[in-house]
Design a protein around this ligand. Sequence first.
Ligand SMILES: [Fe+2]
Ligand SMILES: [Fe+2]
Length: 313
Amino acid sequence: MIFGHKTAGFELPSWGSDHKCDRLLSAALKSRLGKPIPTTDPPEFPYWDAAYFGLDKVGIFRDSTPDAQQQILHLCSMELLAEAYFIEKAGVGYMAKMTLMAETTQERMLYAMFGADEATHLGQIISFLPVEPAATSDKFLQLLSELVETEDKSLLLFLMQVVLEGWGLTHYRSLAKHCRHALLGQMFHNFLQEESRHHAAGEMIFTATTLSMASEHAIIEALTLFLQMVQAGPQRVVGVLERVKGHFSGVQKVKIFEELDTETHSGTRLAVLHGLMQPPNARGIVAELQHRGAFQPFSPSVCAALSEVAVLG
Ligand SMILES: [Fe+2]
Ligand SMILES: [Fe+2]
């Protein structure tokens, strides 16, 4: 893609908890949250259960030992938390960028406050992670890290704030509802009101923008890539299964994607994403994506083939 110097900070390192400013950060987070961020020991059980990942329907999972099952669920849960960490980290960078790009005093105030929301979310997620995730080879997160670097404001607004914030809302609601750890579930639930404000503001500001041809084209290309990852089904869950159980043949993979009911899984998500692309000035974008078949889930055999060539994360 076209993006130049990286400023949004997806790859920023961490300072240690013994850093002399860490107490100031904790105090600032505490005053914003109204209470200290709880320190939590990781529980004995995985944060989300087999049914949440659709693994209760997968033969190779059901036939595994209880230990292997726990390991798979633990890894799948950690991937979800790591993803939330990177989404919020990208959110802090995104809001900072939009603060600088604001065209009125009030727009700048709004984005600066949204940035503080995302920093508070990030601080809370970190408290549930045993170690902060360093790098990621996940294709969705790599795309996100590139997108957040663009200087095209319409592209940023539509992708990050209309589509991804809207998507995040559904995703966090489901994480909260099904989480087996009360504090973590409550944390995701508490994000919802702020995330819905972020999404609503994105929709209003985007609707008032005049889209250039170049931006429209860039949005279509970025969304085609993003939707492909959704069309390709629960690749991450299959990746974790393979990490624990050893390499699968193509035939085994097709069966696993069938058992995971990949077409329903992706179909539901693609419908939610389609529903988010409401702004009237996005009609041309949606029509072109539809023309490309970007809202159609892939079949189990296509999903298996994609995971085989490791095109998608
Ligand atoms: Fe957030
Ligand atoms: Fe947000």
